[in-house]
Ligand binder design. Structure first.
Ligand code: 3HC
Length: 303
């Protein structure tokens, strides 16, 4: 990790080697974009089967990107894809993967104990200078960070699905995050080609704090029998210019993910009506209708 001074003379580290823990939808997307923007990436998951599926998804997504970016120059496109894939290593051993890392981004299951165990182990193995970040969408960053001895080098980097297309990353600081760490995270977000916004460690940060209650109110409209999912989706796409309606978006994000976020919030803030439980969402999740990833949510979709 090398120290440098930006034009505003704020101390920060230049991040080159990145470890992504978790090869799911988000982890693979982050790994893809980090490798596409010249970083050396190690993507970690529990076994080679998961990792080869993640790599296949990355290759598919890269083809979609290249088809546009190199439309006139297919050979350069091929060279780009192979460069990106060369910068993308995989590993099934998280502790081994962080020995030379500058930045760890965790994108594993939304379970506080599992995240804390992971970070406690990584804290012992990673270089002193390495920065740790979580892509959690619902757990306070501070509650995860306390498992390490590097609270000053800890923050949140929250990405959006599909990571290659969504231009935003939310950069989160806890009170202990140093200015140097925060500046490094902001610069890294920009180096990934994203627009960054700053946010404190508050529930849902900016996007989910507004988006999830909106999606849930759409579900409540259906519960109250006011309109159908189809009409609500059409209304929000054509009347408010959203690329997807709230039900299409819930299917896309995953009903289980939405429920998980709502469960956490309704437990912590039982008096906030924005965070109230939805019987209809709970019923769908109980029936296994989790959205596009299983082929059915509010809509039947091709898997
Ligand atoms: N990789 C690469 N390219 C992709 C892609 C992927 N995974 N997904 C879509 N694309 C590209 C396509 O190739 C296509 O390119 P083209 O226009 O040159 O053909 C372009 O995106 C548009 O795709 P489609 O025509 O298939 O469909 P849309 O026009 O509807 O766009 C979308 C797809 C970009 C996903 C758009 O619908 C959208 O922006 N939806 C809203 C997504 C959103 O709100 N995400 C945030 C969810 S919240 C979250 O993630 C937080 C978490 O904590 C819960």
């Amino acid at each position: 990790i090398s120290r440098s001074f930006s034009s505003s003379a704020v101390r920060q580290s230049v991040i080159k080697n990145v470890t992504i823990i978790g090869g799911g939808l988000m982890g693979a997307g982050i790994a893809q974009v980090a490798a596409s923007t010249g970083h050396n990436v190690v993507m970690v998951d529990q076994n080679d089967e998961i990792l080869s599926k993640s790599k296949a998804n990355i290759a598919k997504s890269l083809q979609r990107v290249v088809k546009k970016k190199f439309a006139e120059k297919p050979q350069e496109g091929e060279a780009f894809v192979s460069d990106v894939l060369n910068r993308l290593q995989t590993n099934t051993d998280a502790v081994d993967s962080v020995k030379n890392t500058d930045l760890v981004i965790e994108a594993i299951v939304e379970n506080l104990d599992v995240k804390k165990q992971l970070f406690a182990a990584l804290d012992k193995a990673a270089p002193q200078s390495a920065i740790f970040a979580s892509n959690t969408s619902s757990i306070p960053i501070k509650e995860i960070a306390v498992s390490t001895s590097r609270l000053d080098r800890f923050g949140g980097l929250h990405y959006f699905n599909p990571v290659p297309m969504m231009k935003l990353v939310e950069v989160i600081r806890i009170p202990e995050t140093s200015d140097e760490t925060f500046n490094s995270l902001l610069s890294f977000g920009k180096a990934m080609g994203k627009v960054t916004v700053n946010c404190k460690d508050t529930p849902g940060f900016i996007v989910n704090r507004l988006l999830v209650p909106y999606m849930m109110e759409a579900v409540r409209m259906v519960e109250r029998g006011e309109a159908t999912p189809q009409d609500i989706d059409t209304a929000m796409k054509l009347g408010a210019g959203y690329p997807m309606g709230p039900f299409e978006l819930t299917d896309y994000v995953g009903l289980d993910t939405c429920k998980f976020i709502m469960d956490g919030w309704s437990q912590k803030f039982p008096d906030n009506p924005l965070f109230a439980q939805s019987p209809l969402l709970n019923k769908y999740v109980a029936e296994g209708k989790l959205g596009n990833k299983v082929g059915e949510g509010f809509y039947k979709t091709k898997k």
